[in-house]
Design a protein around this ligand. Structure first.
Ligand code: GLN
Length: 496
């Protein structure tokens, strides 16, 4: 088969099961394709031998009569998930050459389902960033316009899926890092409810916010991955929710009560927060989002005006809490236990200082300093505690909103993908661009990005959908209904 790279997860699994291709052929094809497009900077590591061994094992399971929605399907992982078959760097020099003795739970569950790992994907250092330009190794490029960022921090995952280097990938979202890169590259991604996917083996950034999720070309493919990834892992992750795994694909085909063939979303109330549709959002993005919402009305949904009054506060709140947790999590990188150690030093304190100055990039160092500051005696109450209090109010705002609507919709980001380098020197400009994704993360709610059209420079625009706790199935169904009626998710960048 020559067009393997154009197939999504479900189609590729079906082609493998029907013996039109094999797991080995698919893996081979996509490894070659990844090399051809190495200039995108999507991948950080391969291990061809390990990939082909996994593919042979999947083919053997198929030959023995086993079937499964991910059996033999090639995937790739954000380089924030630890893996035994590949090195893990978290996009940082600090972890250059680090080899994990175990697989992250998410990686292991996808492997158990028969998925084949093609390699590790580029990301911002320790998942801190919005453009993948904080990767210590190389920027990743947006296949729609290589001069532009693919978004971040899961930029490599987004670039690889959009460029048809892999049918789906894992990502992580602490404050938007699945939804924003999905929006910037015209793919579909979902961040589940906090605690739905195990954080075991995910290199920690901000533990009360970090959450894994799938990135693919359709909601249906995301459902296939999430069904395998999610579920309790209580022995290994104390924040894992004791809520058994669901078959999200089933949710896609379950009609809503009162729905009809032409109006599959009849009765669905979509809340539009006034704060997401103001002057802060670029007109081209708003136009695409509004057109998508008009499509939702045709599908039977009703649009309801709501308010999330503390949306703007989510920026200072997140940029206090996330660095605070990061400063604590990253203290383990001391030159003794993991990764890099300075070659020359005078004493222990000097070793710590040189190791951390050499190993961490500027954005990570900035966050460690901010985090240490807001946690320090005398500032804790003024900053960290205050941020925690407002975080609770932000979560309450959502619960208030969900008394008026079933899902919340709006833009994912205020603009389309920007030019590489445009915001590199200005951390605040990066932070401000997270305004529509941070509040969902602070509240621990599930959110997704669905391709909704194009904006300035013919760059993709995503529609953000946010649901209440555990409403991943409803979100995926809402996205799937849109993708049955539109073809934005099928558009691909020229040359790919
Ligand atoms: N852009 C946000 C940050 O820099 C979110 C990153 C993420 O979700 N990992 O922290």
């Amino acid at each position: 088969m020559s067009d393997i790279h154009q197939l999504g997860v479900a189609d590729l699994a079906a082609a493998i099961a029907a013996k039109q291709t094999s797991a080995v052929e698919a893996a081979h094809h996509l490894l070659t394709r990844a090399q051809q497009h190495a200039s995108l900077g999507a991948y950080l590591a391969f291990n061809e031998e390990a990939t082909l061994a996994q593919a042979r094992a999947a083919d053997a399971r198929i030959a023995a009569g086993e079937r499964g929605p991910l059996l033999g399907v090639p995937l790739a992982h954000k380089d924030i998930f630890v893996t035994t078959d590949f090195p893990t760097t978290a996009g940082s020099r600090m972890l250059l050459g680090y080899q994990s003795p175990f697989n992250a739970t998410v990686v292991q569950r996808l492997a158990d389902a028969g998925a084949v790992t093609l390699g590790k994907l580029n990301c911002d250092e320790f998942a801190m960033g919005s453009g993948n330009d904080n990767s210590a190794y190389a920027p990743a490029h947006n296949p729609w316009d290589k001069q532009r960022v693919p978004g971040g921090s899961s930029g490599g995952s987004a670039a690889a899926v959009a460029a048809r280097l892999v049918p789906a990938a894992t990502g992580t979202d602490t404050g938007g890092s699945i939804r924003q890169p999905a929006s910037f590259t015209g793919i579909t991604g979902i961040k589940p409810t906090y605690g739905r996917c195990s954080r075991y083996g995910m290199v920690a950034f901000a533990s009360s916010l970090d959450q894994a999720g799938p990135m693919a070309r359709s909601a249906a493919d995301c459902a296939l991955l999430l069904s395998a990834m999610a579920g309790p892992d209580i022995d290994r992750d104390s924040t894992s929710l004791d809520h058994s795994a669901e078959d999200y694909s089933l949710a896609l085909s379950q009609p809503r009560e009162g729905a009809s063939a032409t109006q599959p979303l009849k009765g669905l109330r979509i809340g539009l927060p006034a704060e997401f549709f103001g002057a802060g959002c670029a007109p081209d993005v708003l136009a695409a989002v509004r057109a998508a919402l008009a499509e939702y009305e045709k599908l039977g949904a009703t649009l309801v005006d709501i308010s999330l009054p503390r949306t703007e506060l989510s920026i200072p709140v997140y940029y206090i809490i996330a660095p605070a947790e990061a400063s604590s999590n990253l203290s383990r990188f001391d030159g003794v236990k993991f990764g890099h150690r300075a070659a020359q030093y005078d004493d222990l304190a000097d070793m710590y200082q040189k190791t951390r100055s050499e190993g961490f990039g500027p954005e990570v160092q900035r966050r460690i300093m901010i985090g240490t500051y807001v946690l320090s005696h005398g500032y804790y109450d003024a900053y960290y505690l205050k941020a925690q209090q407002i975080r609770r109010l932000i979560a309450q705002d959502f619960q208030q909103a969900f008394t008026q609507c079933d899902v919340i919709a709006g833009p994912v980001a205020p603009t389309v993908a920007w030019k590489i380098g445009e915001k590199s020197e200005d951390p605040l400009a990066n932070y401000l661009a997270d305004v529509y994704t941070l509040s969902t993360s602070l509240a621990g709610l599930p959110g997704m990005s669905v391709p909704a059209g194009f904006g300035a420079g013919r760059m993709p625009v995503g529609l953000q959908l946010v649901g209440n706790y555990f409403k991943e199935g409803e979100l995926l169904r809402t996205a799937h209904a849109f993708q049955q009626a539109t073809d934005w998710h099928l558009k691909r960048p020229e040359g790919f």
